[in-house]
Design a protein around this ligand. Structure first.
Ligand code: URA
Length: 240
């Protein structure tokens, strides 16, 4: 059982005070009746709550797929730049959301935003070896030597060694684009791996995390709510 003001505040991105105001103002319905008691107890799995006529989602955690556009930063707040949270539609805003993993400001594609710290930890833990796939457009062709270097594990100029990665040539790209699969998340990793083998990445897009794929129908800059099944796909087939 959960207090009504706590429930509204956690699920709707409101402070506890604002949630209490809404309840006092008669803006909240509990099982079809206006409820003005902030400390009223409810069962999130069984009771229906409306805020200003809109159903409040009972899920404890929210999982959002964002097709990240270039120009926004993977942070919860920033003094100068627009963040990935700033561009979420109002119905997907909630307290405690954060991007699970980072994409560079100029990188596009699949970004998971959630308030589930455990999931983020499991997903980002290097021990879990969750594969991330990127489409990289390059300033030159992908060569077999580069594919071998990626497979062997690229070593950066400062001696940092990357785990073995897969580099496939993207068909129909004139060999100027590759699909890179990595299972770790070093800072600027894909760009640095290509730089090490003499190529500049001119455009980078993440297309999958584990078996969770970027929805090709989701326009750049748009977001959608994911189900628990979608989230399970991240770890599907992961042997670690
Ligand atoms: N590797 C990069 O270089 N940049 C990203 O945004 C993600 C992976």
């Amino acid at each position: 059982m959960e207090r009504l003001d706590k429930f509204i505040s956690a699920r709707c991105g409101l402070s506890r005070k604002d949630a209490q105001k809404c309840i006092k103002n008669g803006e909240v319905h509990l099982n079809g009746e206006v409820c003005r008691k902030a400390d009223c107890k409810l069962n999130p799995d069984a009771d229906a709550v409306l805020l200003r006529g809109q159903a409040v989602c009972a899920d404890e955690h929210l999982y959002i797929m964002l097709n990240k556009p270039a120009g926004v930063v993977s942070a919860t707040a920033d003094k100068h730049d627009t963040t990935v949270l700033d561009i979420l539609p109002p119905e997907l805003r909630r307290r405690g959301l954060f991007p699970a993993g980072r994409l560079d400001k100029d990188t596009e594609g699949l970004l998971l935003i959630t308030d589930d710290g455990d999931l983020a930890h499991r997903m980002l833990s290097p021990k879990k070896h969750v594969e991330k796939r990127y489409v990289a457009q390059l300033d030159g062709r992908v060569t077999p030597e580069m594919q071998q270097a990626f497979a062997a594990g690229v070593v950066f100029a400062d001696g940092t060694k990357c785990r073995p990665a897969k580099l496939e040539v993207l068909p129909d790209s004139g060999e100027m684009s590759g699909i890179v699969t990595i299972c770790e998340g070093k800072f600027h990793q894909v760009k640095k791996m290509f730089a090490t083998v003499g190529r500049k990445v001119v455009h980078l897009q993440r297309i999958s995390i584990g078996n969770l794929y970027l929805d090709s129908k989701l326009p750049i800059g748009s977001a959608k709510k994911l189900t628990k099944l979608d989230i399970d796909a991240i770890f599907l087939g992961n042997i670690h």
